[in-house]
Ligand binder design. Structure first.
Ligand code: FAD
Length: 461
């Protein structure tokens, strides 16, 4: 049977755009559909606009820190409208860049929602196309618990378009999106509450790093309402102020509630069950290590498969799929030692195993850790600490985890991730000359392992 396309991709986000461009570069006839905006979550309402807001919010601290360095800064004022509109302009620009990337790669873009009609047929609105192979790259969406009054709350999707900044905001959740937006709103002058079920933010990260971020958030004036949940949101006429009730009879007032309580894969209403694509227990598309679904000519990559939900991982999965199926170069995505960052204030970045994971999986480990006041803070006077940790497998001397909380942690850890991926040993870290004066030099000058037994590392909850 002659198909319209060799490959049709549903969803033009990070994974879908990468896979389609690479497949086309390998000579495939490729079509792609998108029902919102080309670029996907990362470009339109995730990584990119979020990081720009982080930059915007950080100026507040820079202005405060400037005086002891001799600067006289007139009382700064901030225009949310200016920041919001400039971020939106950059998102529009990138959206255009992504559309042109597809065009120049020869990928045909179909605007509209894609649905599988059978194993080779996709409907996009009124139109139908056929393809030999299909890739599902539909990403995910925010989810929040069913709580009376939640219709007045927003998610990260809406946070980028607020008509005005609230005076007070309550962020619900302890994950990376909640803490990143807490820093953004705090820097922009809002009074911020974080409401979370656990005792600390960022479950799953190294326990000491979690504590360091928690302390950093508190010292910047963010209120953490821990080990509780919102049970009701009330307001007269659905307008601020909102009365927020928490478990055990707690109550507080805020002007906006933003849920950041997790994301779920976009699997509904796209015909997956009709063609036999199975989901896993968590509702994500079940795939093997080649991103193959349970249907032989259908693959899935990115957040819809809920492996590691990060843009560079979706890119890697999409690229590997395209090389394997169209480039005669079979390769599997490698999900080991994926570095990641949380652009909270203070920033956290990490690669490899946490101390807790390493102790559980490898047995004996050596821990090198350092907590210090960053040089800039000695003059600015800011209450700020930097925390760094190396996790070393005792039997092999291999550095299996590198963690940092502090300024530019993400930039630093990206470089160190190469060393970890290459299997560098602690001796090789020690043999590396530092750059002075930097925070990063600490990673190559920590000589004394922490005495064992370690302070009881809390097992991951
Ligand atoms: P997406 O990029 O979500 O793309 C899926 C696309 O499919 C979307 O455009 C969607 O509209 C479209 N679609 C869905 N269903 C259909 C359909 N039936 N038909 C047609 N089109 C459809 N990751 C990082 O690495 N670093 C960060 O700093 C970071 N920050 C983030 C901040 C926020 C607030 C959020 C929400 C996420 C962040 N992420 C970050 C995660 C990152 O955005 C995702 O991991 C990444 O975008 C996943 O790519 P994807 O291709 O799987 O899906």
């Amino acid at each position: 049977m002659a198909f319209d396309y060799d490959l049709f991709v549903i969803g033009a986000g990070s994974g879908g755009v990468r896979a389609s461009r690479i497949a086309a570069a390998h000579g495939a006839r490729v079509g792609i559909c998108e029902d919102f905006r080309v670029g996907g979550t990362c470009v339109i309402r995730g990584c990119v606009p979020k990081k720009l807001l982080v930059y915007g919010s950080k100026f507040a601290h820079e202005f405060e820190d400037a005086a002891p360095f001799g600067w006289t800064v007139p009382t700064p004022t901030h225009s949310w409208e200016t920041l919001r509109d400039n971020v939106a302009k950059e998102v529009d620009r990138l959206n255009g860049v992504y559309i042109r990337l597809l065009e120049s790669a020869g990928v045909k873009l179909h605007l509209g929602r894609g649905r599988l009609m059978d194993r080779h047929t996709i409907a996009i609105g009124e139109e139908t196309v056929t393809a030999e192979k299909i890739l599902v790259a539909t990403g995910g969406h925010p989810v929040s618990p069913d709580v009376p009054g939640k219709e007045w709350a927003i998610s990260s999707n809406e946070a980028f378009h607020l008509a005005e900044l609230p005076k007070r905001i309550a962020l619900v959740g302890g994950g990376f999106i909640a803490v990143e937006f807490a820093g953004i709103f705090n820097g922009l002058g809002c009074e911020v509450d974080i409401v979370l079920r656990r005792d600390r933010v960022l479950r799953g990260f190294d326990e000491e790093c979690r504590t360091a971020v928690n302390e950093g958030l508190r010292s910047s004036g963010i209120r953490l309402r821990t080990e509780t949940e919102i049970v009701r949101i009330e307001a007269s006429g659905g307008k601020a102020p909102f009365q927020v009730s928490t478990q055990l009879g707690g109550m507080f007032e805020t002007d906006l509630v933003m849920y950041a309580t997790g994301r779920a894969p976009n699997t509904a209403g796209i015909g997956l069950e009709k063609v036999g694509v199975q989901l896993d227990k968590a509702g994500a598309i079940a795939v093997d290590e080649w991103s193959r679904t349970t249907v032989p000519n259908i693959w899935a990559v990115g957040d819809v498969t809920d492996r590691i939900n990060l843009t560079p991982v979706a890119l890697m999965e999409g690229h590997c799929f395209a090389d394997t199926e169209f480039g005669n170069r079979p390769r599997k995505p490698d999900h080991r030692d994926v570095p990641s960052a949380v652009f909270s204030q203070p920033e956290l970045a990490t690669v490899g195993l946490t101390e807790e994971e390493a102790r559980m999986r490898l047995g004996e480990v050596r821990i090198f850790a350092s907590a210090f006041r960053p040089m800039k803070a000695t003059i600015s006077g800011r209450e700020q600490r930097t925390f760094m940790k190396l996790v070393v497998e005792a039997a092999t001397d291999r550095v299996v985890g590198v963690h940092m909380v502090g300024d530019d942690a993400a930039e630093l850890i990206q470089g160190l991730a190469v060393a970890v991926k290459a299997g560098a040993t602690k001796a090789q870290f020690d043999a590396t000359v530092g750059i002075h004066p930097t925070a990063g030099e600490e990673f190559v000058t920590m000589r004394t392992a922490r005495a064992e037994p370690a302070p009881r590392a809390r097992a991951a909850e």
